[in-house]
Structures are given as C-alpha cells and as structure tokens.
Design a protein around this ligand. Structure first.
Ligand SMILES: NC(=O)c1ccc[n+]([C@@H]2O[C@H](COP(=O)([O-])OP(=O)(O)OC[C@H]3O[C@@H](n4cnc5c(N)ncnc54)[C@H](OP(=O)(O)O)[C@@H]3O)[C@@H](O)[C@H]2O)c1
Length: 322
C-alpha cells in the first residue's frame, strides 16, 4: 500500500482559504529526482501569485485551475530517497533549493530534481536555509551593479528579496533608498537603508532624486516614469509585476532607454544553486543577516499566506513541518 503524507492542497485560484490539508501518496523520486523530507519552506511572492493566479504568468500550465496542487518552492530538508540517476546526494544529506518548476514544499515530503538542490550549509538551520534560494538569487543579480557612491533604489524592499538587496547594496557602499508600505519603514532602516519611502503615500518617481540603479520587485509603472527616476547612464530592472507592465518594460523600456542614455528592462533572474550559493556564503559568514519575521506550522499554511498577502511580513515567513 502507498505511504501517505499530509500536504496542503488547493485546486482553484483564490484567497488563502482555498488551501486545505489532505492525505496524498508520498511521491516517488524517478530519474535524477530526490525525495526530500521537509523541514522548512519559505514563502515567496511567487507562492502568493500561484495561489491567486495573478499576474497572468502565474497561470502558465493551468489557465483555469492550478496545475500544481501544492505550493512552496524554497525548500530545506533531508534526503529520504533518491532516483536511480541521482549522482550528487545520498539518503540522509541535508539539502535546500528553489523547486520553482515542481513546487510541493508545503507538505511532509517533496520531490525535486537534484540540479535545483545544494548541500545545506552546516552553519544555517533549515529555517534559515529555506529563505535563501529564490530571494538570494534575485538580490544578488539585482544588485550586481550596486557600487560605492551610487544611488540605488529598491522598490518592494521590505520583503524577502528586498531585505537581502538592501544589505548587499550597503555592503557595496551605495546610498540606498528603500520603498515599501509604511509598516516596513523601520525594518528597512534597520537593514541600513539611508532613505525610506512609503509607497502608499508617496511616489518614488516624484519624491526622490534620480538614481543610478533601480531594482523593482513589484513593477507597476510605465517605462517613461522609470526613465524619470533614473540619472543619465542609470539602469532600471524589474523582476515581477503585472504581465502588461513587464511586457511594456521589455519593449518600451528598451526603446526609451536607447533614446535617453539609460537602460530600462526586465531582469530574467537565473535560478539554481550556482546563483544562490554566494548568498548562502555571505549568510553563513554572518556578513548578511537573515530576517525571519514569523514561522508557521505546516497545518497553518493558509494563515501564513494570508499574513504575507496582507502586507505584514518583514523579510521572510517560513513554514515548518515535522
Ligand atoms: N524574473 C524572475 O525570473 C523571477 C523569479 C522569481 C520571482 N520573481 C519575482 O521577484 C519578486 C520577488 O518578490 P519577493 O519574494 O521578494 O516578494 P515579497 O517578499 O512578497 O516582497 C515584496 C514586497 O513588495 C511590497 N510591495 C507590494 N506592492 C508594492 C508596490 N506597488 N510598491 C512597492 N512595494 C510593493 C510588498 O509589500 P505589501 O506587503 O505592501 O504588498 C512586499 O513587502 C516577485 O515580484 C516575483 O514575482 C521573478
């Protein structure tokens, strides 16, 4: 008889209460897949997008109904079983990674391709390690141009990626303006932000001096507005937001940037261990701090998602199992 596990399931897009606990078979790893006994899964905005089915790209693979029944991509746990082609890991290894293609982290077990996983740094707990893969990769790539004396703005800076990005920009010697809702201003100041803006009250385009680098984690503006927020030679990159805004940025931003001595576009974030390992090293060496706002039990995933969706999370929210 199949072994069963608890998993947080949903079969339609909607608010957090569409998520329910269910008993399902423990998945079997095939090929180069690893079965991970979950310890911790951190919540990313991509989980919220997958839950609500918005923006439109969150419905890729399942236009009317979610294709994946269990959310949760940034996982950390212990290898329980391996597929016949797995080379890197053996049973008992502590691993973590971003399982974005398969999800499934809000469960007692999840299968992941071994190529998305890395060995968990021994100095980090599973809760800490689970905060790094997606947010760390975004922050590292988004802040690659941050440098001494540069003016850097991070929009959506009070969440998971933003908390890492603020610290990276400060380490690089930049002057950092951090934008998020009013409840996160103190938090962003505590991470080193020189200037903070409440997006519910002020528009950073009109209320701040031009910037050399803008990382927009939640893009809502036109390429023209972004151009106005950039100094000559400045670079704007967004990573998330409504599909029409991202499309406008990719096409209109490219043209406008070329005409105005600025670079405006979408950052296609590369995911995987080689792209988040640098952040794990910085966190293990205590050079970058991990900020976990709250930890929820697996059974309370709906509450955890609602907490994130209500705009309350400062840094990361993590769900633990077992
Ligand atoms: N390009 C890629 O390959 C790729 C891959 C993975 C993820 N992503 C994207 O990367 C982003 C990373 O997000 P994350 O996980 O760090 O999210 P997060 O932890 O949820 O943080 C996002 C922050 O932005 C704030 N925010 C919401 N609307 C805003 C607005 N209009 N102006 C300013 N701030 C606003 C949120 O605050 P509230 O609480 O007020 O809403 C929250 O604090 C997401 O957009 C995701 O879709 C991109």
């Amino acid at each position: 008889m199949d072994r069963t596990m608890k998993a947080m399931l949903y079969d339609r897009y909607g608010p957090p209460d569409v998520v329910r606990v269910g008993d399902v078979p423990v998945p079997e790893p095939v090929g180069a897949q690893v079965l991970v006994k979950m310890s911790a899964t951190s919540i990313n905005l991509t989980d919220w997008e997958g839950l609500t089915g918005s923006p439109a790209y969150a419905r890729i693979g399942g236009i009317r109904r979610p294709a994946k029944k269990t959310l949760g991509s940034d996982i950390s746990g212990v290898v329980e079983a391996v597929g016949p082609e797995v080379q890197e890991f053996t049973v008992g290894d502590a691993v973590y990674g971003d399982n974005l293609a398969r999800m499934g982290g809000f469960a007692e077990y999840a299968v992941a391709s071994e190529r998305v996983l890395a060995s968990k740094p021994p100095g980090l707990t599973h809760v800490e390690a689970s905060t790094i893969p997606q947010a760390g990769a975004i922050a590292l790539q988004g802040m690659v141009r941050a440098a001494d004396g540069k003016r850097v703005l991070i929009n959506g800076a009070g969440g998971g990626s933003g908390a890492f990005a603020i610290q990276l920009a400060k380490r690089a010697g930049a002057y950092v303006t951090a934008v998020d809702n009013g409840g996160k201003l103190d938090f962003m100041n505590s991470l080193g932000a020189d200037e903070v803006v409440d997006y519910t009250k002020n528009d950073f385009v009109t209320s701040t001096e031009p910037h050399d680098l803008i990382l927009d984690l939640v893009a809502t503006r036109s390429p023209l507005a972004c151009k106005r927020a950039l100094a000559p030679g400045g670079v704007y990159r967004c990573v998330g937001g409504p599909a029409r805004v991202l499309l406008g940025m990719a096409i209109g931003g490219l043209i406008l940037g070329r005409l105005s001595d600025r670079s405006i576009g979408v950052l296609g974030v590369k995911m995987g261990p080689t792209h988040f390992a640098g952040m794990a090293e910085l966190c293990s060496g205590k050079e970058i701090a991990i900020h976990v706002d709250r930890v929820f039990d697996l059974a309370d995933v709906a509450e955890a998602l609602a907490y994130v969706g209500a705009g309350k999370a400062r840094g990361k929210v993590v769900v633990t199992s077992g």
